[in-house]
Design a protein around this ligand. Structure first.
Ligand code: 13P
Length: 249
């Protein structure tokens, strides 16, 4: 499977709606004519068991939206990567720009979380991306280099880590980067990762930011794009399935 489509449900859903959404998606995966790409659903933490109950034994994987850098302890409200793995999660998003902005997460704290995720046997989906101001000031490459170098642990390899490029200004705004801009940043990430982690061959670099059924085909066919991290459009089974079906085969 060459592409990975991840649905980040963010702070949305109830047990009933989560189960229904996961079940609708699994029905589509089961009825698919061609084998679908990798699919991972990242529900809010309290809904993870409900989604795992529905996805068990299917090719659809489940991930957390964040984890703590420690395995356990006095960290009120946080989620242990070991617990996520024990529940049955295979992935965890770390360093999403909403967490960097809302919770003051830094490259160093994101790196510690990714390290802990790897240690727990999870595949971290490490997010990077520039703000609108940074892009306007021509700082995109510098910001991406700083985030890649600062947020990706030494233990990361192309096989155990996923990177998501999510320009902050494209998240939830309906704006997407041009395919030329996406290709340039993804090539930079592949180069930087390859130099520090024994090569980038097979590394999944996802694009995220207003990915919809209408633009997925073009984005997913862009050089060095090996999947998508989808927010709003992942909450609608039809729309998300169309994105999954837009992966080049
Ligand atoms: P949207 O697809 O809603 O723009 O969100 C993207 C995102 O932040 C996924 O992590």
């Amino acid at each position: 499977m060459s592409h990975l489509i991840a649905g980040n449900w963010k702070m949305n859903g109830t047990p009933a709606s989560a189960e229904a959404l996961a079940a609708e998606l699994i029905a589509r995966v089961r009825n698919a004519k061609a084998p679908p790409p990798g699919v991972v659903l990242c529900p809010p933490a309290p809904l993870i068991p409900a989604v795992l109950a529905v996805t068990k034994g299917t090719p659809v994987a489940v991930g957390g939206q964040d984890c703590h850098a420690k395995e356990k302890g006095a960290h009120t409200g946080d989620v242990s990567p070991v617990l996520l793995a024990e529940l049955g999660c295979r992935f965890v998003i770390v360093g999403h720009s909403e967490r960097r902005a809302d919770h003051g997460e830094t490259d160093a704290s994101v790196k510690a979380k990714a390290e802990a995720a790897l240690k727990a046997g999870l595949t971290p989906i490490i997010c990077v991306g520039e703000t609108e101001g940074e892009r306007e000031r021509g700082e995109t490459a510098r910001v991406i280099a700083r985030q890649v170098e600062g947020s990706i642990p030494q233990a990361s390899t192309a096989a155990n880590t996923v990177i998501a490029y999510e320009p902050v200004w494209a998240i939830g705004t309906g704006k997407t980067a041009t395919t030329a801009d996406i290709a340039a940043v993804h090539a930079q990430i592949a180069d930087l990762f390859g130099a520090g982690h024994g090569g980038a061959s097979g590394l999944k670099i996802l694009y995220g930011g207003s990915v919809k059924a209408a633009n997925a085909k073009e984005i997913l066919a862009t050089a060095n794009v090996r999947g998508a991290l989808v927010g709003g459009a992942s909450l609608d089974a039809d729309e998300f399935w169309k994105i999954i079906e837009s992966c080049p085969r």
